[in-house]
Design a binder for this molecule. Structure first.
Ligand code: BG6
Length: 298
């Protein structure tokens, strides 16, 4: 495990003996690279113009969304004055350390832990959400998978409510050949169609224009990204019931200053697991744990 860079651009890199690697920026505890296949295949899309200096949340990789998903409720909720997607993706986390394990099949894994506490967020965020919390985010690299798990603890005297999501940008070769399976029959809110509610009636979600859908209460844990007829990624939810599928397509991609190249939307799809339908409530001292395992099936 190497720690390189200084200040907001510090990052932690871990490599397995077999060549697979992961890179995590302390800013946002954002995973910015995950290579499998002996280190030959990058699985995450990262914009060429992503800010990696802590000046704004990273466009790409796996930003951590907490304690609110999307624009917060306009009023009447404790998160109402927070920024879109909350403060976790824009805060500098602490590196808590690594642990490694080796199993009988000679395949090893490395786990990196990151922490963020009420005392570590900006004054502005603290004012907007003055609640005492502790987050531990664990990133575990194995030969063919990456697991990212959050542990949220209410360290205050009263209860609080939050949402959580892993805004994963998966890298694909050609979006026109991508199908997303595992959502059949699931209800979703279509943010492109005025937040109307629909039910997924096709076996596969294909992407031929802007897509921004929030699938909720998904019964099956695995969402599979198929590319050119072959399974490319399994995204396995752990204690999370919702998944956002997002692709900005031509116009929205061009409108984002940090999205590059303009045609990059053809090489990415966001499959974002989370708890974003309503709120998760934690009483004093309670803990919530949830996350994902992404398997690279190449
Ligand atoms: C997705 C949302 O999760 O994130 C989209 O569903 C949003 O509505 C997208 O546009 C990107 O958000 P941001 O804040 O990173 O530009």
């Amino acid at each position: 495990v190497d720690i390189t860079g200084t200040g907001a651009s510090s990052k932690v890199t871990a490599t397995l003996p077999s060549g697979e690697s992961v890179e995590v920026l302390l800013y946002g505890a954002t995973v910015t690279s995950w290579k499998s296949n002996g280190g030959k295949t990058e699985n995450l899309w990262l914009s060429d113009k992503a800010a990696l200096d802590g000046s704004k949340p990273v466009r790409g990789g796996i930003p951590v969304v907490f304690p609110v998903f999307g624009p917060p409720p306009k009023s009447g909720h404790a998160t109402s004055t927070l920024a879109q997607h909350g403060f976790a993706r824009g805060s500098r986390w602490e590196f808590l350390g690594k642990s490694t394990s080796e199993d009988a099949l000679d395949s090893s894994s490395v786990k990196l832990d990151f922490g963020l506490y009420s005392s570590g967020i900006s004054e502005e965020a603290r004012k907007a959400w003055p609640l005492d919390f502790g987050l531990v985010y664990s990133v575990t690299l194995s030969k063919d998978s990456l697991q990212t798990m959050i542990n949220v603890c209410n360290e205050g005297e009263s209860s609080f409510e939050f949402q959580f999501l892993l805004h994963t940008y998966l890298k694909v070769k050609d979006i026109s050949k991508v199908a997303i399976n595992g959502l059949l029959g699931v209800e979703y809110v279509d943010k492109v169609l005025n937040a109307s509610t629909h039910s997924q009636t096709d076996k596969s979600v294909t992407i031929t224009g802007e897509v921004d859908r929030v699938y909720s209460k998904i019964p099956q844990n695995t969402t599979t990204v198929v590319e050119d007829g072959s399974p490319r990624f399994d995204v396995v939810r752990d204690n999370l019931q919702d998944t956002v599928v997002w692709n900005p397509w031509t116009e929205k991609a061009a409108a984002m200053g940090d999205f590059s190249p303009d045609s990059g939307f053809k090489e990415m799809v966001c499959v974002e697991v989370g708890a974003v339908n309503g709120w998760q409530k934690l009483e004093k001292g309670e803990v919530f744990e949830g996350g994902q395992t992404i398997k690279s099936l190449l």
